[in-house]
Structures are given as C-alpha cells and as structure tokens.
Write a protein that binds this ligand. Structure first.
Ligand SMILES: Cc1cc2nc3c(=O)[nH]c(=O)nc-3n(C[C@H](O)[C@H](O)[C@H](O)COP(=O)(O)OP(=O)(O)OC[C@H]3O[C@@H](n4cnc5c(N)ncnc54)[C@H](O)[C@@H]3O)c2cc1C
Length: 302
C-alpha cells in the first residue's frame, strides 16, 4: 500500500481491485463477501495511514466510469467519486463558477473529499454539494440529499462513528452533485478566481512540507469555544508551544515547517508515524489539557 498512499508507507493488501464500472465494483464486493473478507474503498490515499502489516482484505480503488464530470448547465455538476478534486475544482473555475475553486490544491479524490468534508481557505466541499449517490450495504443505489449527508467540520454521515479503521458505514460514494454560483453574480471574473486560487496555492507552498511524504493535517482543528483566538484553534499552535517541531520517532518527524504535519523523513514505518502522533497527543494533553483528535485515518492492524 506504500505505492497507494501519500505517506509512502504501508504493507501489502491481500487483494487490490481497480473497479472501473458499476459491474466491476459489484463483482469486487461479491468477491470480498465470498472470501469472508472486509473491503475498503480507497481514494487517492492522501488522508490514510496503512499498517506495516498491510490490510487483510480487499482494497477497492474506483476508476474509469467513476471519474467523469458532467456539466448539467447553470452551475450544476455531477461528478464521479474517483475524479481528482483538483481536476473538478479547476474545471468549475474555468467555467467561471465560484464556490470550490480554493480546494484545487487538496490532493484527494471527490469521494475522499465528500467522506470527510474536505475544506480549505474558508470553503468546504459540503457547502456546494446538493446530493450524493451511494451504493448502500445491501447493494442498492440511493440518492442522499445534502441534509442527509450530515456535513460538519471534517465529517459527514459517511465518516460519522468512524472507528478510525476507515469504516464507510456501509455506504460507498459513487458520485455527488453540486450547485455553484457564477463568479459574475458575486461581482467577480474568472481571472479573479484564478488569482484567489494562486494565492491559496502560494500559501500552501510556503507553509506545508510538500517536498516530503505526508498526509496533510495530522489533527483536527479544535472546536470553537475551546480556545480564545483563531490561532489557538490550530493544533499546530500547541504542538509548536510544546517544543515538538522537528521531534522524531524513527524516521517520522513533526514537520519543522508546519507543526500539524507529520512527514516521512525517509524510510519511516507506519508504526513510527502512529507512535509519533500518540506522543504528540500525550505531550499536548499533559502541557495544555487539550485533547487533539486525529484527522488521519488508520487502516489495518497496528
Ligand atoms: C499535502 C496535503 C495537503 C492536504 N490539504 C488538505 C486540506 O487543505 N484540506 C483537507 O480537508 N484535507 C487536506 N488533505 C488531506 C486529504 O487530501 C483529504 O482529506 C482528501 O479529501 C482525502 O481524499 P482521498 O481521496 O485521498 O481519500 P483517502 O485518503 O484515500 O481515503 C480517506 C477516507 O475516505 C474514504 N473514501 C474515499 N473514497 C470513498 C468513496 N468513494 N466512498 C466511501 N468512502 C470513501 C476512505 O475509505 C477513507 O476512509 C491534504 C493532504 C495532503 C497530503
């Protein structure tokens, strides 16, 4: 799985299936059932830490038919779960629509973004989503309204109750629909949106350790009310105050650039990364009595 995750760690999957159509997805699910194995839907593996022993089940990676963007007119889009979020965000921007253009730098798929309601720079995928098409646990295709998706800060009905083992609550995200507003309705042009995106990308480049394998933010922002200033809602503030920037376990390192990122400094194991995240949680709890909640999803036995 080290080839399929942005941390570049993780042992082998017992089976790995690329499902490029509804038929092949259903076949993969039947195969897992016949073998009495669990399955796991993989996006681009950019929010995921897979155990060194790997995953004793069937990894299903959506592709092909699940990568389509349909323009339905007037800012309406239907997008397949395997579509890279960046491709969709740039597509809307080029058509002159605002709403998710600032998410173009998030390296995941649309399905992964919906699963955890990915967001950045004041935009969240759930804000523009009008519905999600899912395959439920008994094999029926269903349409969920945006309300039924329960979008909140880095969570949705798909990830709620997540045990940390990548549980999709039995629902596989197949596609999602969006309604965006034209830039002109907000007094903006497509060039303005380009400029906004360029600013976000420059901020990412300046503040994130993009030259070393990582999985984005390790911990979720604190809930409003838990701290006094916006800076104090950021886990990185406490991690840095605890003196942990640059702290290492094995080859896993708290980034010296962004304290809420753990990087694989070269040859890290999944165990190193998990141990380091727990060490950080313990130190921040001891020092500040604050409980950091992990954003990164764990898969397999550690
Ligand atoms: C450099 C970097 C920067 C990042 N910046 C941001 C940021 O600004 N904001 C942000 O929110 N995140 C950020 N991330 C984290 C990550 O990119 C997002 O969480 C992204 O949405 C994960 O998508 P993915 O396709 O990689 O999902 P994966 O990591 O493959 O999977 C994540 C979870 O989603 C589930 N899932 C994926 N697809 C489906 C599906 N079709 N149906 C059901 N479940 C599914 C998986 O089972 C798993 O539980 C960043 C990561 C990196 C490496």
């Amino acid at each position: 799985m080290s080839k399929h995750t942005s941390f570049r760690v993780g042992g082998p999957a017992r089976y790995f299936v690329k499902a490029d159509s509804m038929e092949s997805l259903k076949n993969a699910l039947s195969f897992a059932r016949e073998k009495h194995l669990p399955h796991f839907i993989l996006g681009n593996g950019t929010n995921l830490l897979v155990a060194d022993k790997g995953y004793d089940g069937v990894i299903i990676s959506l592709a092909g038919d699940f990568s389509e963007i349909l323009d339905l007119g007037n800012g309406k889009f239907k997008v397949g779960a395997a579509t890279p979020l960046g491709r969709f965000a740039r597509h809307t921007l080029k058509q002159g629509y605002a709403g998710i253009h600032k998410l173009a730098g998030i390296p995941g798929t649309l399905g992964g973004a919906v699963y955890m309601n990915a967001g950045a720079y004041g935009q969240e995928i759930g804000q523009a989503c009008t519905g999600v098409t899912v395959l439920d646990a008994v094999g029926n295709t269903r349409e969920l309204s945006a309300d039924e998706c329960g979008f909140g800060y880095r969570r949705s009905v798909f990830s709620n109750g997540n045990s940390g083992a990548g549980d999709d609550n039995g629902k596989i995200i197949l596609a999602a629909t969006f309604q965006l507003q034209s830039a002109s309705s907000q007094g903006l042009t497509a060039a303005d949106l380009e400029a906004e995106l360029a600013e976000c990308m420059a901020k990412r480049k300046a503040t994130q350790p993009l030259n070393k394998p990582n999985a984005g933010s390790t911990f979720k922002r604190l809930e409003v009310g838990a701290a006094e200033t916006p800076a104090q809602l950021a886990p990185g503030y406490y991690i840095e105050q605890a003196g942990l920037k640059g702290y290492r376990i094995g080859s896993a390192e708290v980034s010296t650039l962004h304290a809420n990122f753990i990087v694989n400094a070269g040859g890290a194991t999944a165990r190193d990364i998990k141990s380091l995240s727990e060490y950080v949680q313990n130190k921040v709890s001891e020092k500040f009595r604050i409980e950091l909640k992990r954003e990164i999803i764990l898969l397999g036995k550690f």
